[in-house]
Design a binder for this molecule. Structure first.
Ligand SMILES: C[S@@+](CC[C@H](N)C(=O)[O-])C[C@H]1O[C@@H](n2cnc3c(N)ncnc32)[C@H](O)[C@@H]1O
Length: 236
């Protein structure tokens, strides 16, 4: 009934000591998948077509379009949005193109000593791609730590897709939680990051699971799919 990939992912969750709640949410998502796969394809295609009008080297986002559309429409009419990790603007473009927003803030270092040219290209692509939404978003060029150091604003949706190092992801979730409104949603990317089949320790799942355990009374897990986990803040 399930693919081999499903069992690898279950094994990954067990190895990372994910809670039963996470595992059940994941299984529930997989059980629904055959009935929704055509919708997922349509949402992905629509965003893909929009991206063809932009300059992007990599499409990290369109596989998420169905889930974001579904969860955002269920929870918000209008919302404020923060993202950690913007790359060429793909995820922020999806938000600005498809929803009514009060505020959109994009945070990225857009700098890496080992990939100077790539990061320069990303920053230029980001600014050009986002041009049609000028005035509807702001950006912070720097680390997420530096952003949160001076941030006084709060948000309804925060997307964490910056560093994938365990320690940094943990800091990003904690800082994001403090900046999240009650009933707000945090979306963490790459919950199944690293080598699915072998050893992968320094990965987001470790920090996310630690956070889930520590903040279990303040949150509700609303979705776990093949790539992301969605958490709702139910108590301050
Ligand atoms: C996977 S990409 C983001 C993809 C993007 N959300 C999209 O939809 O295309 C990760 C980004 O996080 C940025 N990044 C990594 N560590 C960071 C940090 N500590 N603070 C802010 N941004 C960071 C990188 O520069 C990179 O552009």
């Amino acid at each position: 009934m399930f693919s081999l990939n499903f069992y690898y992912r279950i094994n990954y969750l067990l190895k990372k000591k994910s809670s039963m709640n996470v595992i059940l949410n994941f299984i529930f998502d997989r059980l629904k998948h055959p009935f929704l796969s055509h919708l997922k394809k349509n949402h992905k295609k629509t965003h893909n077509n929009f991206l063809k009008t932009k300059n992007t080297s990599t499409d990290y986002f369109s596989i998420n379009a169905y889930y974001w559309n579904n969860l955002i429409n269920k929870n918000f009419k209008e919302f404020s949005y923060l993202e950690i990790g913007s790359w060429e603007g793909n995820s922020a473009l999806y938000i600005l193109k498809n929803f009514k927003t009060k505020k959109v803030v994009c945070v990225d270092v857009w700098e890496d000593k080992n990939y100077e040219e790539i990061q320069l290209r990303n920053f230029n692509n980001f600014k050009n791609n986002m041009r049609e939404f000028d005035g509807k978003y702001t950006f912070f060029k720097g680390t997420s730590d530096n952003f949160f150091l001076n941030n006084k604003e709060s948000f309804d949706i925060i997307y964490i897709d910056g560093s994938h190092e365990e320690a940094q992801v943990y800091k990003d979730i904690k800082n994001s939680w403090n900046a999240l409104n009650v009933n707000g949603i945090i979306i963490c990317d790459d919950y199944f990051y690293g080598n699915l089949y072998g050893k992968s320790e320094n990965v987001p799942a470790i920090s996310i699971n630690k956070f889930l355990y520590e903040f279990k009374h303040e949150l509700k897990i609303i979705c776990v799919n093949n790539h992301q986990i969605f958490l709702k803040k139910v108590l301050d």
